[in-house]
Design a protein around this ligand. Structure first.
Ligand code: PLP
Length: 372
């Protein structure tokens, strides 16, 4: 099955094989594996040992975002969130429910965050301590620029939290060049092409405040303190050991492919095939080609009354291609990922399957009613 959900993604057999081991996570054989993985992940992000640390926790990406918000933004502190789409909405909810004060920055859907708008808002409200930015907004397909936004944040003397969940591994990151970043959050199961079950936060350790999280489970300062006390090969609570082992194999494969630039090049080629193919089918992309990032594409719902998302997803699945069965955009669209262990040939196969699935469910008017 070609999973184009996107995330969890198609993985390579070597990665899945790494799950077939029993581990004692406190054993001396496991500890070097985990400690080494932390170092490799930090290197991938251009982190500075001693300044930054890899602080993983069990669970999904949201857990990592919540841990970052709680650990770096004090209770009652203000965080500015550019409203880029569905995943920015989630930062807002996580922060509010944790008792942090969110200042939403409204912006048009489908364009990049304007660093000047961020700078102007920060200048107008000195109480805002942090900005929460989604690097690759999976809800729209737009890539936002953490360097440009980060420069505005740095210029204002504030701090940046970066949700890089659908970016890390494919899009560039250089923590050493961005001292304003307090935390970067990602998971193994998107552009790193590994298995879900872990959230990773790369964090500025000098900015951690003991107990500020207000939650033992989500306290990055406690995870850091634990590593200092018990060693970098030690997890606080039972770790997903198989997931960590699979991530280690996935990093070998990333390296063998040529690292982040090579992965970005493959995803870019995947997206070009997908985008052109979707247009060739007469469907309407949500974004113009110049705004479309390489991770996920949203396609507007066809105008034909026969259109039905679940029927389309089922017809596509019977042809070996699986996509999400929910809408994530302001107006209805289906989304297709271009990430994972997939190639442009796979994307071409997916486009053929989409055409056949539309025929099967009787969709003739494929353009969106909203198409100009
Ligand atoms: C996938 C994703 C997340 C986290 O999703 P989980 O289901 O919690 O792992 C967060 N942010 C973005 C931008 C994502 O794409």
């Amino acid at each position: 099955m070609l999973l184009l959900i996107p995330g969890p993604v198609v993985t390579r057999p070597e990665v899945r094989a790494a799950l077939a081991h029993d581990f004692a996570p406190w054993d001396n054989d496991f500890r070097p594996l985990y400690a080494g993985l932390r170092e490799r992940l930090l290197r991938l992000a251009g982190g500075v040992p001693g300044t930054h640390a890899t602080l993983p926790l069990q669970g999904c990406g949201h857990f990592g975002v919540e841990a970052a918000v709680r650990s770096f933004v004090p209770l009652g502190g203000k965080i500015l969130v550019p409203m880029t789409g569905a995943y920015a909405d989630r930062i807002v909810r996580l922060a509010r429910e944790a008792g942090r004060v969110v200042v939403p920055l409204p912006m048009p859907f489908g364009g990049p965050v304007d660093p000047e708008a961020v700078a102007a808002t920060l200048a107008s409200d000195p109480a805002i301590g942090h900005v929460g930015l989604v690097y690759s907004e999976t809800g729209s397909g737009v890539i936002h620029d953490p360097r440009a936004v980060g420069a505005a944040v740095r210029g204002a003397g504030r701090r940046l939290l970066l949700d890089a969940v659908s970016a890390f591994g494919a899009l560039p990151l250089d923590l050493a060049a961005q001292p304003e970043i307090d935390a970067v959050v990602f998971t193994p199961n998107k552009c790193l092409e590994a298995i879900a079950g872990l959230a990773v936060v790369l964090a500025r350790v000098d900015r951690l405040v003991a107990g500020q999280a207000g939650s033992w489970s989500f306290d990055l300062a406690d995870i850091h303190a634990h590593a200092l006390r018990n060693g970098w090969g030690s997890f606080r609570f039972t770790p997903p050991a198989q997931v960590l082992n699979a991530l280690s194999v996935a990093l070998d494969l990333l390296e063998a492919e040529g690292g982040q630039p090579a992965r970005l090049a493959r995803y870019t080629a995947n997206m070009r095939t997908l985008y052109d193919g979707v247009c060739g089918l007469g469907l309407t992309p949500y974004l113009p080609a110049k705004a479309q990032g390489p991770v996920v594409m949203n396609v507007r719902a066809p105008a034909d009354p026969a259109w039905d998302l679940q029927a389309f997803v089922d017809a596509l699945k019977s042809r070996g291609v699986l996509i999400s069965n929910f809408y994530n955009t302001p107006e209805p669209s289906f989304r297709v990922g271009a990430i994972g262990a997939v190639t442009p040939d796979d994307m071409a196969r997916a486009v053929v399957a989409m055409g056949a699935a539309l025929d099967e469910i009787g969709v003739r008017r494929r353009a969106s009613a909203l198409a100009a």
